[in-house]
Each structure stands twice: as C-alpha cells, then as structure tokens.
Design a protein around this ligand. Structure first.
Ligand code: F0G
Length: 434
C-alpha cells in the first residue's frame, strides 16, 4: 500500500492521496496523519543502516532527520529535500537537575542544538520538502516564535517565499529577529495565537499558500525523529518517562506516533510513558485530563513562557490519544516553578528557553507526588535554546521578572552582574569576599 493521509477520527478513517494539499479531513474536519505500510521493515536492518549513515558524506544521511527516512517514507524523490543538518542533538546527563527534581538521574535531549535553535527544525525540513513536492511557492505559519524562525530559515534555503504571522508584542525578541534575518515577510497581528491560526487557515485556503503549522501532518512526520534519535542514543532501551512541554501539542502527537511505530517495527519492546507539562495560565490540556470530556479552550492564555502561550491547542485529540496510549500524564506548573527550573538547567551548563524548563519543574512536581519514582529512567526534552529569550534571563537574575499578573518572581537562583569601578585593588577585594 502506498503512503496515504488518513483521518485521525476512528469514526471516519477516510483516506486521501499523500499529494493532497490538505491539513484536516475534508469529510469530517478532523486531523490527518500519514500512514505507511511498515511490513517490509526489520529492526536489525534499520539499526545497522542508520548507524552506517553516520559515516556517509551524503547531506541526506548527515541530517538527523532524513537519516531515519524509512520511518516516514512519504516522498517519492529525495532531491527536493533541503537540509540544514537538523537533528543530531545530544542527550546530556544533568545530575544537578536530577538532584533538584528529587530523582537519581536525568538526561536532557536538547533540541536547542538545532540550526535555528529549536525542535521545530526536525519537522520543518519535512514540511518544506512536501511544499516543494507539491509545487507550492509560498509557505506560511502562525507562531509563538520558534515555528516562524524555523520556517523562515528553511523557506529561505529552499527558495520559497515565507510569510509569518505572530502575536504582536508576545514573542521573544530572539525569535522575531530570526524571522527578519532569514527574510520572511513578517506580520505582527494584534490578536492571540489561537485567533491568528483561524485567520491564517482561511487565508491559506484562499490564496493557495501552503500552511506549515503543526496541523500540517508532514511537520509531525519530521518531529518523530526527535524520539527515534533519542531511542537510538538510549541503545533502543526505552526510558520509563519522556517529559516534554505542551503548547499546541504537535510534539506530543509526534512523539506518541513515533513510539507506536517504533514498537510496530520491533525497535523497542515497551512504551515509555509521556509526561506533558503545561504552564498554569495556559493549561487547557491539563484541565482536559483532570475533567475529561471535550477540551475547553482557555480564552486568555497567560504565561511568560510565550512559546507555550496557547489556549486552544489544535492537536489535542491526537495528543490525548498518545498520552493515553503511553499510560502518560499531564501536569501544570507555575511561573515561579518554571523560572527556578530554568535557572537550574542553566547551572548545569546546559541552558534552555522558558517553555523548555517547564519539563524540569514538572518532573520535580511529579516526583514529589510519587508519580515519577526516584529510581526511574527519565529523559526530558529541552525544546529551545537559552538565547531565544535573553530578556527573561536578565530580568530573573536581577530580580526584575514579573509574572503576567504583575507579581514579582523570586530570583531564587539569581546571579546579578556586579558593577565595579576600574580599580584592581577594589575588584580583588570583592573577589576575595565572593
Ligand atoms: N517549546 C517550545 C520552545 C516551543 O516553541 C513550543 C511551540 C513548544 C515547546 C510546544 O510544542 O506546540 O508542539 O506542543 N511553539 C510553537 C511555535 C507553537 O509557534 O513556535 P507543541
């Protein structure tokens, strides 16, 4: 059976050609996912061919996404791929963060090492390849900043026109700067993420623009490789927990799909549990798990972790399925917890942006509640680079950070810069005191 797009709603399951430029099911409006026949794949063959490609000079093999292309074979011609050597991100031991969380050991899969500094690059190289295959000239997205930075980079490299829509005044400066530098036409819209997504979906349909938000099923296909590469680094022994921040929930959907498919081809023999962490002021997915039923949007989401400031995550039905299928959990954390956890990730010599630090804050909370056991094997995904949001960092360390309600955030692990006169003796005295 050739690759197809399949409606994710079990009551519909309509199938479409992989070459249709659609994001939701034309029959019922639900999300779509790519579906393949993996029956010819063998775990041993995959393991050795992925390992062998690490020595290859071919750009496709050097990509930490396309190296694993057997797991997302939607293209018929790989010459359309544009790679910036995305993926290839490290799995880092963080004993100090583990101690802070109250567990024995913790590893971070740091997606901030990607070319544009976030996990979005894993999905974007796949989405842009599909855009080129479909002959699209213009790509667009709405973004809390990282998707736009990534899309702008890959569109520039592929020679496509990029149009990004961002909530005015609500994205970190580093991310806005990237979209401008990579040459994207950038609209700062006076609305929140959820409102702009509705607007952009309408515009894309009217204007023949290819939409590269995470509703795009090919973005999800590329993001699966975050988990594939992680498990290869774990020598195919699944950890007990994979912890990630939740915003629009594309990544949760991608991780769950990857795990199911890895199990299907025999690369892992058990499922790790997914733990999705949201910021308290933007936690509709957390509320869904507490209350059940349908997801209720948060109309005015609020968090300083602007990457996950989303009140109506589009991928929630997929994400719910994946969390349930993995026996996972959803937790929420406060602004103070995120800020302190972020400083601790920094003190490990690693660093990350605020949304990523929700993971460590969440692990600490789940460990205290006995959900994560001290001796369990935990991998947390750091989704974005430290330098994405330097303003937040400076304010935290100087005691100037305030939460969205205007309450001061304690700089528990603050590290103020010290202003000194140009005087060696005085500086030496200060050094001895410190
Ligand atoms: N962490 C970071 C750094 C992000 O940029 C995002 C999402 C998430 C976590 C949440 O991932 O949406 O898959 O649940 N950023 C999107 C953007 C929404 O537009 O850049 P998710």
């Amino acid at each position: 059976m050739p690759p197809q797009l399949v409606c994710f709603d079990p009551a519909c399951c309509s199938r479409y050609a992989i070459t249709e430029a659609i994001y939701t099911c034309p029959a019922c409006g639900s999300l779509l996912e790519a579906s393949y026949d993996f029956s010819e794949l063998g775990a041993g063959m995959l393991r050795s061919s992925w390992h062998g490609r690490r020595l290859s000079p071919d750009p496709l093999d050097q990509s930490g996404v396309w190296r694993y292309r057997e797991m997302f074979p939607f293209l018929d011609d790989y010459s359309r791929v544009v790679t910036l050597r995305e993926g290839n991100t490290p799995l880092l031991d963080a004993p100090r963060a583990a101690a802070y969380a109250g567990i024995d050991a913790l590893r971070f899969k740091h997606q901030g090492y990607n070319p544009s500094g976030s996990f979005k690059d894993n999905g974007m190289t796949a989405g842009v390849a599909q855009a080129r295959r479909l002959g699209m000239q213009i790509v667009a997205c709405v973004s809390t900043g990282n998707t736009s930075a990534s899309m702008a980079a890959y569109a520039a490299a592929a020679g496509l026109k990029a149009v990004v829509f961002i909530p005015h005044g609500n994205i970190a400066y580093g991310k806005l700067a990237q979209a401008l530098e990579y040459g994207a036409l950038t609209f700062q819209v006076e609305a929140n993420f959820d409102q702009i997504l509705a607007l952009v979906r309408e515009l894309a349909a009217q204007e023949g623009i290819y939409l590269l938000n995470s509703v795009n099923p090919f973005r999800i296909e590329g993001q699966k490789t975050i988990v594939i590469e992680m498990l290869e680094q774990c020598r195919w022994t699944a950890p007990d927990w994979i912890v990630l921040p939740g915003g629009n929930l594309g990544n949760t959907s991608a991780f769950g799909k990857a795990l199911r498919e890895l199990q299907q081809v025999g690369l892992i023999d058990r499922m790790p549990r997914l733990a999705v962490i949201q910021a308290e002021g933007a936690a509709p997915f957390y509320s869904l798990f507490r209350q059940g039923g349908e997801m209720r949007s948060v109309e005015h989401p609020e968090t300083l972790a602007t990457a996950i400031k989303i009140g109506a995550p589009v991928s929630w039905p997929k994400a719910r399925h994946e969390v349930d299928a993995s026996g996972g959990v959803v937790e929420q954390v406060t602004e103070q917890e995120i800020a302190d956890a972020k400083a601790v990730v920094g003190r490990c010599g690693i660093g990350c942006e605020p949304a990523s630090a929700a993971t460590l804050a969440g692990i600490r909370k789940l460990a205290a509640a006995g959900v994560i056991r001290r001796d369990q094997d935990v991998v947390a995904v750091l989704t974005g680079h430290l330098l994405k949001d330097p303003d937040y960092i400076y304010r935290y360390h100087t005691g100037e950070l305030e939460d969205p309600a205007g309450r001061r955030i304690e700089s528990t692990f603050g590290n103020r810069p010290v202003v000194v006169p140009n005087d060696a003796a005085r500086i030496a005295a200060l050094l001895r005191e410190s």
